[in-house]
Design a protein around this ligand. Structure first.
Ligand SMILES: Nc1nc2c(ncn2[C@@H]2O[C@H](COP(=O)(O)OP(=O)(O)OP(=O)(O)O)[C@@H](O)[C@H]2O)c(=O)[nH]1
Length: 751
């Protein structure tokens, strides 16, 4: 067994139990096992060593074998290099003493059970030559001042620092003088004031006890004076302090001062920092202040005045910022002759070939160049996943690439003569269905990818093929293109294609897709047949002459945009930390329009912010309308108020946060009053079905059967009341998906 294996199989408890404190490393078995291995190894090495190696003795061979874990080839290579290339040096070494190059562990060879000391003895870090050992050299000029830590060697202050220091000192003096009554005791508790008491003022018990502590090796560090930049009368550098003798070490350390940080907001509140430059009040503070004013003012006034005042106080200022061009956005939109815009989501069971298909489409349309594909191919080969090179165009995450699965929605774009398309490549794995729902909620239509290879279609149908199709239909998608993929694996069999088409059509019709909105394309994403290029495979062309995938995509109808509805955007992503734009969000405008300078209201946080700048499809723009994918650079808001899934709306027609809603849902599983997760696009919250109000007729939507049933069966339509744990921005006719224990249980429309 090699030493590595020994380490692996080492049971520490057993080892410790057996350990008697002595030097007993070997047992008989282990000894004989190791000796036998060495003997056999020595014979093999001797056989492989070239002529003229007679001067190499057994001990040297066995040392090499031991070092290389009985690897004969490595040992031979080592011996040739070490003893044959430089025989003189080696002879000298051999005669010079017992310490060979392996000497740290070899002179005391242990075989059999594992020895910790042996294992670590030849580790490289133990033999670092003197000239390569790191030496700590303290900086010559310890930094001081604003950013320089607590060194006493404060550098010369700039004028600005001196001014800031003087101001701070003055403010602190005023604070002490001004503190009165109730404030004074609290002011005296202030850390900054305590810091003003120099250590020498704190005499006797306290001081002595701390001195004792310091003499035990815990030096007392006193706080600096109120002015952190004050230059000490006689600066003592850290180097000098370090070099002081033991006797005066404590005294020197005593003079080390601790930089005093600004008190936190909490500390300021607690310790009366009234005069501390107060931060700008938060919008909540403003509202609360205004509300309390309103309440105070109303004593003795009419009730209506009170209500008006309160409403006034709650009103969010939505005046545009000066940067606004005050455009009539709808007129601007009419002026530009635009191509159709369409988003489609790519769905299907895991590994059906969705990402590969879309990678192929982008590659054949020259959206992705040859060099990029070559690079992906090389990198994928290195990871042993060469067949995923095209999928990498979409799957950009490291984890996605190493695992070979899509995890989050990948967004890509391409254009045909008629339409600008946005691809939303959804993950197929059931663990990532919430991400798939997010993609589906932004889609105008769907491409369902089916793996036609033997057995794969059948398992996909039992897996996510059906669930995905049901979900997109529930999210309002009415058109679906089915790519019957990997058909080359069944020799382009028409029989297989027909079998799949029939089964999937039947299911899709039952899920509510109309036959005219369903299309099937036989294809191979890997080879590029019928994606952009029409297939020339005789086995396929003999029975199929219909559209390619791109031709079918291009048949999509122009999307009707909800331009005149109130503005609604669900935040799909948040970007922080840009120099020019420290906070940006992206998402698709679901309804309405916007322009640079507009005020926005974020929900559920109810915070106002402004659009500083915006981009449509990554290009700077002045305005944007429903249906477009935008990136908004925001100002006047703290990022803590925003998270993915939140909603942006206009303050004049806000969306309201609600704790309860009624929805008409189609059940995929049995529904009872139960805990559920509620998904609306990227918004995800938890709640429970509080009540099943009634079962509904699937055709007419009218109440059917008895009221308040206790259970809804899969496939039934029902009206339910859902109670949320925390209020969320939801409004009719929004589409929601209800999930429980990782499975989609129902989906439908808010009422
Ligand atoms: N033979 C053959 N293999 C394909 C074809 N398309 C994709 N594959 C292979 O199928 C495997 C999965 O492909 P992906 O594109 O990652 O599948 P996916 O559906 O995007 O996977 P998830 O997003 O993780 O659900 C890869 O090994 C591909 O090379 C095809 O047309 N023919």
């Amino acid at each position: 067994m090699s030493r590595h294996k020994l380490v692996k199989s080492l049971d520490l408890d057993d080892e410790l139990e057996d350990y008697d404190g002595g030097d007993d490393y070997g047992d008989e078995d282990g000894e004989s096992y190791g000796t036998e291995n060495l003997r056999l190894g020595t014979i093999k090495v001797r056989e492989l060593l070239p002529q003229g190696s007679g001067h190499i003795n057994d001990k040297q061979i066995q040392e090499a074998l031991w070092h290389y874990y009985y690897d004969v080839d490595k040992s031979v290579a080592y011996l040739r290099k070490e003893y044959m290339a430089k025989p003189k040096k080696e002879q000298k070494k051999a005669t010079g003493g017992s310490r060979s190059s392996f000497q740290p562990h070899m002179h005391e060879r242990r075989v059999g059970p594992f020895s910790f000391s042996d294992f670590f003895k030849d580790m490289p870090w133990l033999n670092v030559p003197k000239d390569r050992q790191a030496v700590f050299i303290a900086p010559l000029y310890p930094r001081g001042g604003l950013l320089g830590g607590s060194s006493d060697d404060a550098p010369k202050m700039s004028k600005l620092q001196a001014l800031a220091a003087a101001r701070k000192k003055k403010a602190q003096e005023q604070k002490l003088n001004g503190a009165s009554g109730m404030e004074r005791p609290m002011a005296e508790l202030s850390l900054s004031d305590r810091a003003n008491c120099s250590a020498d003022k704190i005499e006797s018990p306290m001081a002595t006890s701390t001195m004792k502590q310091s003499s035990r090796g815990f030096p007392l560090r006193k706080r600096k004076n109120s002015d952190p930049h004050e230059i000490p009368a006689k600066p003592v550098s850290r180097m000098e302090q370090m070099s002081n003798s033991d006797d005066n070490a404590n005294t020197a350390l005593l003079s080390l001062e601790l930089d005093q940080a600004e008190p936190s907001a909490f500390a300021s509140t607690m310790f009366n920092s009234k005069d501390r430059s107060s931060p700008r009040p938060s919008p909540d503070d403003v509202v609360i202040a205004a509300q309390s004013k309103g309440v105070l003012k109303t004593t003795g006034e009419k009730k209506t005045d009170q209500i008006t005042a309160n409403v006034e106080a709650l009103k969010v200022d939505d005046t545009r910022r000066a940067t606004s061009k005050n455009l009539d956005v709808l007129k601007e939109f009419e002026k530009v002759a635009k191509k159709n815009e369409a988003n489609f989501v790519v769905i299907g069971h895991v590994d059906a070939g969705k990402s590969t298909l879309m990678g192929r489409l982008l590659y054949d349309l020259k959206v992705v160049d040859q060099r990029t594909i070559d690079r992906y191919r090389r990198d994928a080969e290195k990871m042993g996943k060469s067949s995923f090179a095209l999928a990498w165009v979409l799957d950009q995450g490291t984890e996605e690439r190493s695992r070979g699965v899509t995890i989050d929605i990948a967004v890509n774009k391409f254009s045909t003569d008629k339409t600008n398309f946005t691809i939303l490549d959804a993950p197929g794995h059931q663990d990532f269905i919430p991400n798939m729902i997010a993609g589906a909620s932004q889609a105008d239509f769907a491409v369902l990818v089916i793996d036609a290879s033997t057995g794969a279609f059948e398992s996909g149908l039992r897996g996510q093929t059906k669930e995905h199709a049901l979900l997109v239909r529930s999210m309002g998608v009415s058109r679906i293109i089915i790519a019957v993929n990997k058909l080359e694996t069944v020799s382009w069999s028409q029989e297989r294609f027909d079998e799949i088409s029939q089964q999937v059509s039947a299911f899709l019709s039952s899920a509510g897709f109309q036959p005219k909105n369903i299309a099937f394309i036989p294809c191979s994403g890997l080879h590029g047949d019928n994606i952009v290029r029409r297939s020339t495979e005789p086995a396929l062309t003999s029975w199929y002459s219909g559209s390619t995938l791109v031709e079918e995509l291009d048949k999509s109808e122009p999307v009707t945009r909800a331009l005149d509805k109130p503005l609604r955007i669900t935040i799909g992503d948040i970007f922080r930390g840009g120099v020019q734009n420290p906070l940006s969000v992206s998402g698709r405008i679901e309804s309405g329009s916007l322009q640079v300078g507009d005020a926005l209201l974020t929900q559920p946080a109810t915070q106002k912010c402004f659009i500083k700048a915006l981009e449509v499809d990554s290009e700077p723009a002045d305005w944007a309308v429903a249906g477009q994918n935008v990136t908004l650079h925001l100002s006047d808001i703290d990022p803590i108020h925003l998270k993915i899934g939140d909603l942006l709306c206009s303050p004049s027609s806000p969306i309201i946060n609600i704790k309860e809603f009624k929805a008409k849902v189609l059940a995929f599983e049995f529904l009872t009053p139960m805990q559920i997760d509620v998904h609306r696009g990227r918004l995800h919250t938890t709640g429970k079905i509080r009540e099943i109000s009634s079962l509904l007729d699937k055709v007419t939507g009218a109440t059917a059967g008895k009221k308040r049933p206790r259970i809804v069966k899969p496939g039934q339509l029902a009206r339910v009341i859902v109670e949320l744990e925390t209020a969320a921005p939801l409004e009719p006719p929004g589409r929601v998906v209800l999930r429980s224990n990782g499975a989609t249980v129902a989906a439908g429309l808010l009422e």
